[in-house]
Design a protein around this ligand. Structure first.
Ligand code: APR
Length: 391
């Protein structure tokens, strides 16, 4: 098979990239290791910056998002005895949208199937070849056990944190930056209407808690837990009791609604950034290049920003101008590092360390962010994001 752009991975980054490339008049083929059902069934992030929504609007992919998604002007930040609303719009930012990543992946996938996109699921043993040359190619084994080869002008690794494409950067690799955080997140979904009209970020001496939502009937929560904790130690009763305590259920007439927990897991908080995001004819986008702690909800938004820049760059290259392709890595990484900084500072303000001195510093920081116009404006901008642009 031959195509202009061979894309590895049918997550949000790969699917959106193929859609944006088509709008640039560039054909692509996607290969994905998992089945379509598996990819669509994965629960993950769910907060979209306004700039991400702009991209989806322009690409004609946001009908269901605007119908079923929840537009939020801001968030609540609280600690025992205090609850403050931070209105992003009032502070000079833009609204954000709560919309499950699985829903967005479904929209992207439906749009690609409708457009006749060449997509191969259940492809194993994907390997990259000759990315240094002007004729790179991929090999793999398709769902029927047949060997496949895809020749392309460019290969894009959208294969997530555990993907294979990053290894082919070897000759250009500058650095891999990594930070492991000293705590993990217990995340769970519950079949219960949200107990809040906006996302709640709660500092509590016992640990951070967050309440968000997927829809009018599905709630999502995160709890700071010890990195050595195993999910089997967290019964549903223990989870609800801890959540209620940390979120202050019963305070000021606010009550946490509880219900059946449908999914629960523990994930470590980490940041890992690979630089650069391009080597010769190989480009990386999304989680393949970077993961950031979910506290700032930037992972999905960074993936959208990467492929937006990359589609523009490859479009310009097709018209004979390689300058944007040359600028891609630096431009994408500038945004990535800003998101990494926000994810780090926001995580650091909310996750307790067990040190009473740290507690007081964190509370001072949260007080400033939620009461000072300057602090609030910074938080609003970091949350709601800035336009996606080269530079
Ligand atoms: N061959 C083919 N496909 C692969 C391979 C491989 N060797 N390795 C991984 N993949 C596929 C995965 O199965 C997955 O479907 O690549 C896809 C990567 O998708 P995601 O992990 O969703 O990554 P990305 O598209 O960059 O999405 C951005 O933002 O909110 C965050 O982490 C969240 O997934 C989200 C990400």
């Amino acid at each position: 098979m031959k195509t202009r752009v061979a894309i590895i991975g049918a997550g949000p980054a790969g699917l959106l990239l193929s859609h944006l490339l088509e709008r640039e008049g560039i054909e692509s083929i996607i290969v994905e290791a998992q089945s379509s059902d598996f990819v669509l069934g994965r629960f993950r992030a769910g907060l979209l910056e306004a700039a991400s929504v702009d991209v989806l609007d322009e690409a004609g992919l946001s009908e269901r998002l605007h119908r079923d998604g929840l537009e939020h002007r801001g968030v609540y930040v609280q600690w025992p005895g205090t609850k403050r609303a931070v209105d992003f719009v009032e502070r000079g930012g833009r609204p954000v949208w709560v919309y499950g990543q699985s829903e967005l992946t479904r929209d992207l996938s439906d749009a690609r199937f409708a457009a006749g996109q060449q997509m191969y699921y259940n492809v194993s043993d994907v390997a990259l070849h000759d990315v240094d040359s002007s004729a790179p190619f991929l090999t793999g084994v398709d769902a029927t056990g047949r060997s496949i080869r895809i020749d392309a002008d460019v290969i894009v690794g959208c294969d997530g944190f555990a993907g294979v494409s990053r290894d082919s950067l070897a000759q250009s690799l500058r650095a891999v930056y990594e930070r492991r955080y000293p705590h993990s997140w217990l995340g769970f979904f519950a079949d219960v209407p949200p107990s809040s009209d906006q996302i709640i970020f709660a500092w509590h001496p016992e640990g951070f808690a967050m309440h968000t939502m997927r829809s009018a009937s599905i709630s999502r929560f995160h709890l700071q837990v010890d990195p050595h904790d195993h999910i089997s130690a967290w019964s549903d009763d223990r989870i609800w009791e801890t959540t209620a305590r940390r979120l202050g259920s019963g305070d000021n007439d606010w009550t946490l609604h509880t219900g059946p927990i449908t999914e629960k897991s523990i994930l470590p908080l980490r940041c890992r950034i690979t630089t650069p995001m391009r080597h010769a004819r190989l480009f990386l986008a999304g989680d393949a290049a970077h993961v950031v702690p979910p506290t700032g909800a930037k992972g999905l938004n960074l993936a959208i920003a990467d492929v937006t820049l990359l589609a523009r760059a490859l479009g310009a290259w097709k018209r004979g101008d390689e300058s944007l392709a040359n600028a891609y890595s630096d431009s994408a990484l500038r945004r990535v590092w800003r998101a990494a900084e926000f994810s780090w500072s926001w995580s650091s303000a909310l996750h307790t360390t067990g040190d009473p001195f740290d507690d007081q510093l964190q509370l001072a920081q949260l007080d400033w962010l939620t009461s000072s116009p300057t602090g609030g404006a910074g938080l609003a901008e970091k949350f709601s994001g800035v336009p996606i642009a080269f530079g």
